[in-house]
Write a protein that binds this ligand. Sequence first.
Ligand SMILES: Cc1cc2nc3c(=O)[nH]c(=O)nc-3n(C[C@H](O)[C@H](O)[C@H](O)COP(=O)(O)O)c2cc1C
Length: 356
Amino acid sequence: MTPLVCLSDFECEAARILPADRAAYLFGGSGDEVSLVANRAAFDALSLLPRMGRDLAGGHTGITLFGVRYEAPIIAAPLAYQRLFHAEGEIGTARACAAFGLGYCLSTLSSTPMEAVRAAGEGAPQWFQLYAQPRVADTLALARRAEEAGFSALVITLDAPVNGLRNREMRAGFTLPPDVRAVHLDGFARAQAVEGHPVFDGLLQGAMTWAFFEQIARASRLPVLAKGVLHPQDAVLALEAGASGIIVSNHGGRALDGACPALAALPKVVEAVAGRVPVLLDSGVRRGTDILKALALGAHAVLLGRPLVAALALGGAASAAQALRLLIDELAVAMALSGIRTLEEVSRALLWQERP
Ligand SMILES: Cc1cc2nc3c(=O)[nH]c(=O)nc-3n(C[C@H](O)[C@H](O)[C@H](O)COP(=O)(O)O)c2cc1C
């Protein structure tokens, strides 16, 4: 096999070996995949303006977020049902992140119980992503369970109150196999079709609102992050509702097709937040240089979605760790070649041309 030397190599290889319907579930976007493609194009449209001749001794990729030290500004994005891709599932990706001192965010729709994932994290910081459930009490119970299990932040996802219409996945006929399920939802009420409109009156039962966000933030001792923000005004509403962090994201192009790339939305969100809380970004990050570009536009860290799970599919925790190693090394090389010693030095001056 040709050596896997960057994240897209892992994605190509996983797409080759996975059953077609699971590959469509992992790699597909919604609709015509306009937002999926636009996420990458937004990174490629930015150029770096490197500096030469600087003393880079003592340089490193570390950052501090919510008072916790991370080896690099890379956090595993919450991704549902990881046992679809490898028997180790969420345990595999969590182990890989812990091995490198990187953050890990576990999905509500995990196929492994959160307590087992927490144990696999070996003391590394892990966050829990919360989807609103049709019954308010179930959502609050999930948040409490995560707090008791030792997760250090809650990530409330706002951009998928209903699933996007993921046409690639539909064409491939993807359905969950009997041995993989969202284990945290056992015993919870499911959204029910009711008289009236199936989307607005049915599937949206219990959907997240800013008022509910505030209720959860007040009830929890943990920092609560708002994931899926694109509009600067929503960032302000999130702060008013008690958010301790904002994740700019278009759900990796899986929610509203045609939504702007997360990277394009980032500068205005950063401006609106005005340094009050950390701003993170996901959707399309594949290279160390992508991380530098996001940080240059004001992000404090990035989340990594599909490539990490693609690596998991190839060989469990060991392959996921290999992919993370490559990305951290890419970031270090990109920093060195840009004349950046530590990530605190990254600013818009690193960009050759700012996006309008
Ligand atoms: C297969 C798949 C499942 C996902 N499941 C969730 C989820 O359960 N909760 C969530 O907040 N985001 C979910 N996401 C979105 C990711 O957290 C993240 O926003 C996205 O993957 C980032 O884009 P990238 O894959 O281009 O890195 C999922 C994404 C994929 C590809």
